[in-house]
Design a protein around this ligand. Structure first.
Ligand code: PAF
Length: 280
């Protein structure tokens, strides 16, 4: 695996790759890699000749400085995992390589910047679009892979690509779960053994919704899931939402023609967790 820290050296390398007419797939990450990321790398390998992964803990997408400080950075393990997964290129820039001293640009993300994650993490998706746009400009991938776990992030990146007419295809890769159902996340390592068990409530709430969806209205399912989470020890629910999977607007009924998604965010053991499940 080749490693680059600067835009210039990575660009230079990828120019040669393109001269050789090889397809490039890109997996942007913030490191602290787990099986979910490795699945993205494996998927990327099926889509292109060269897989580029970035590890960059992007400061502009953290609205809580404590969260940024506590974000795990096990770089040696990450490099080993990427090598074992067959990643070809790692881009690992410093903050000064990615941002100028006084950068405040903003993109119109419409409702995506107001609802769900955006309402609880103001500015988060502005940070995500800033860094993803920069990374896409540097890597110029044919295709980029993102995990379904960050469902709203995927919608935001779709909008970024549409707005700037970027010549990149996007692939959403299904969430990878632990055997007991917990969605894999870099934040899970911060859970205590008790918190780890309590965190299962998110997955159970989503399963509950999916199991009952043919019999009940979305608003009833939402209320029941919130009640379930509120009665689960150690869980502070932020939101449960049943939404149109295209627009992420709340739905008041299920229809055959529209796919829907249930999304949940909650604090467990001092860690903020999110999860979602496609319903039809
Ligand atoms: O999903 C993530 O890890 C990050 O939000 C991303 C897409 C790498 C941007 O920093």
């Amino acid at each position: 695996m080749k490693r680059f820290n600067t835009r210039k050296t990575l660009r230079h390398h990828l120019q040669q790759v393109r001269k050789d007419r090889l397809r490039v797939a890109f997996v942007p990450t913030m490191g602290a890699l787990h099986q979910g990321h490795i699945t993205l790398i494996h998927h990327a390998r099926t889509l292109a000749d060269v897989v580029v992964c970035s590890i960059f803990v992007n400061p502009t997408q953290f609205n809580d400085p404590e969260d940024l400080k506590k974000y795990p950075r096990p770089i040696d393990t990450d490099i080993r995992l990427l090598q074992e997964a067959g990643c070809h290129v790692l881009f690992q820039p410093e903050v000064s390589e990615m941002y100028g001293p006084d950068e405040h640009w903003h993109m119109d993300l419409g409702r995506l910047d107001e609802i769900l994650e955006a309402s609880h993490r103001p500015g988060h998706f502005q940070g995500v679009t800033q860094v993803v746009k920069k990374l896409f400009d540097i890597v110029q991938p044919d295709i980029a892979c993102f995990g379904q776990k960050d469902f709203q992030q995927f919608k935001v990146v779709e909008r970024l690509v549409a707005q700037f007419q970027l010549p990149v295809k996007l692939a959403m890769v299904p969430t990878v779960r632990e055997p007991d159902g917990l969605a894999m996340s870099s934040r899970n390592v911060r859970l205590s053994a008790t918190g780890r068990q309590q965190a299962l409530a998110l997955y159970r709430a989503l399963l509950w919704i999916k199991t009952d969806m043919t019999a009940k209205a979305p608003s009833t399912l939402r209320e029941e899931a919130i009640r379930f989470l509120e009665s689960s020890p150690g869980v502070q629910v932020e939101y449960v939402a049943l939404c149109d999977a295209q627009t992420l607007e709340t739905i008041d009924e299920f229809t055959e023609t529209r796919s829907s998604v249930a999304l949940v965010a909650a604090w467990v053991d001092g860690v903020r967790l999110i999860d979602n499940m496609l319903l039809n």
